[in-house]
Write a protein that binds this ligand. Structure first.
Ligand code: ADP
Length: 202
């Protein structure tokens, strides 16, 4: 059976919350299911840089080339700039099946994310919050952030993304974390995103 989630857009209210890392790994997950295109719509071209450093198991193009390639792929993941302008947010929200909003569990990032959600609610957009850069035990900030979002009735992925240095290594090597060799945390890091991918496709 074909999945309903064809176009996934990743955006954030603030930079540095793992937006590009999320777009890249959700594309890597989707690629395990069917041919996937990652569209780099971020002006920093972070995803294209990542691809140029190494080897990604899926195709990455800029947004100008997206139209040309879109038809050939089953899944399309779009990385967008952080802090999209209201008009931009509207275009994004209406054009996709799911908007993924990564945020670290700190006050500033959460505040920026909640501001975007105010705008998204007015648009009736289908969005889901992803907690990223979750600090290790004994910190409970990740779990606490998730609980407060759930209590507020906001849609949040059950699985979150742990803060693991292997993600930085993956970016340097130009691969997704599941292709980083000789790092004991690569498997754990990949599992974080593959669980989110599974939730996303349900
Ligand atoms: P954004 O697109 O929101 O600016 P990036 O995905 O570029 O964020 O990530 C910002 C920095 O944090 C990068 O150096 C990246 O390697 C690192 N990073 C992203 N996610 C994680 C994570 N889960 N654990 C550790 N470092 C991460």
């Amino acid at each position: 059976e074909r999945s309903m989630t064809k176009i996934v857009v990743v955006t954030s209210g603030k930079g540095g919350v793992g937006k590009t890392t999320t777009a890249l790994h959700l594309a890597a997950y989707c690629q395990t299911l069917a041919p996937t295109l990652l569209v780099d719509g971020d002006l920093n071209r972070s995803a294209l840089d990542w691809a140029s450093r190494g080897n990604l198991p899926f195709k990455v193009v800029d947004e100008k080339a997206a139209v040309k390639f879109a038809r050939e792929y089953e899944h399309i993941v779009v990385d967008t700039p952080a802090r999209p302008a209201p008009e931009e947010l509207q275009t994004i929200a209406l054009g996709c099946d799911l908007l993924v909003l990564p945020t670290s569990p700190d006050t500033l990032a959460m505040g920026a994310m909640l501001q975007m959600i105010d705008a998204l609610r007015a648009l009736n957009a289908n969005y889901k919050i992803l907690l990223t850069l979750i600090p290790p035990h004994p910190s409970r900030v990740g779990e606490e952030a998730k609980q407060s979002l759930e209590r507020a009735g906001l849609p949040v992925f059950k699985s979150g993304i742990r803060r693991l240095a292997v993600f930085q290594r993956a970016a340097l090597e130009g691969v997704p974390v599941n292709q980083v060799k000789g790092d004991a945390y690569a498997g754990i890091a990949w599992r974080c995103y593959s669980e989110v991918g599974r939730e996303m496709m349900r």
